[in-house]
Ligand binder design. Structure first.
Ligand SMILES: N[C@H](CCC[C@H](N)C(=O)O)C(=O)O
Length: 292
């Protein structure tokens, strides 16, 4: 019995979706257990649904799916950036997926979801509208990389916290010209071919950072980036600027909590269901999958 797909004589097929935000990083979530889109069809849905004005507008599209008989996860997801690029992981998106999976009865308060980066342990605190995830182990940490951008020298850092992140420490995040600098770091040949997300970080004190992120696949600044906050806190700690518990205030002015526990990295923050809506597929130029 379809719960999320409606066909009415008004315009044609509709698909129910869930609009969520994690500290201002916003996502549309779809239940693919019923929709049964093939992964090859998903990028087009992401571009259409995430498009501002012509679609719903969001930083990314998340498909919740069956666990594909994997014993280590309760369900699997497919994550796509607004430009249709598939990403291995998304910190804020995984927190939103975990909250929705719990609310839909797909998983308990504590569960694991399967991502391209690996299984992600999640814990949901619905009373406080919070969700916490354990990110995949950080890898490829590179400190103090000397980069030149059009004759200007920069000292940057790199780590993969599920997706690749550049971290640049600055004295005042508000004074950074992100539309100008973001793409130049994002597409620097040193990080080709996939490029990286770019995080501009201001150290407030040993427990607090300010962060602005230019996100790959959104190709612009987002209000928050979970794996970026984790990357910034990890590198800041590695350089002895901050401790193992860090609060990261992002562009949306929410706080993301990062905890570094030996090789484990935890991300905690708000995960809110903003509204439930029905997507008019015909208006989006989308069709239901043909597979039986
Ligand atoms: N744009 C990222 C994926 C989303 C990461 C971010 N939204 C987060 O919360 O971690 C990338 O393509 O690498």
């Amino acid at each position: 019995m379809n719960q999320h797909i409606f066909t009415s004589d008004l315009f044609g097929p509709w698909v129910q979706c869930f609009k969520m935000q994690g500290s201002g990083n916003d996502f549309v979530l779809l239940d693919n257990r019923e929709l049964r889109l093939a992964p090859s069809e998903m990028a087009g849905w992401a571009r259409a649904v995430c498009r501002k004005a012509f679609g719903m507008g969001a930083d990314g599209l998340i498909f919740l799916d069956k666990s594909h008989d994997r014993a280590d996860v309760d369900y699997f997801w497919h994550f796509f950036n607004a430009d249709g690029s598939r990403a291995e992981m998304c910190g804020n998106g995984s927190r939103c997926a975990a909250r929705l999976a719990f609310e839909l009865g797909l998983a308990g308060k504590e569960h694991a979801l399967g991502t391209d980066a690996g299984p992600i342990k999640a814990e949901v605190f619905p009373e406080q509208d919070l969700a916490k995830v354990q990110l995949t182990p950080a890898r490829d940490l590179q400190l103090n990389i000397a980069l030149t951008l059009e004759e200007q020298a920069f000292n940057v850092h790199f780590v993969n916290t599920g997706v690749p992140h550049l971290v640049v420490f600055v004295p005042d995040v508000q004074s950074v010209n992100i539309p100008e600098l973001g793409p130049r770091f994002r597409y620097h040949p040193r990080f080709a071919p996939g490029g990286a997300n770019v995080n501009f970080v201001q150290i407030v004190d040993s427990g607090n950072l300010l962060l602005r992120t230019y996100e790959r696949g959104v190709e612009g600044e987002t209000f928050a980036c979970g794996t970026g906050a984790a990357a910034s806190a990890l590198i800041s700690h590695a350089l002895a600027h901050t401790g193992v518990h860090v609060q990261v205030k992002t562009s949306g002015q929410d706080l993301l909590g990062i905890t570094i526990d030996n090789d484990s990295l935890f991300l905690t923050g708000k995960a809110m269901l903003v509204f439930v809506a029905n997507l008019n597929l015909r208006a989006l130029g989308l069709v239901l999958p043909t597979q039986p």
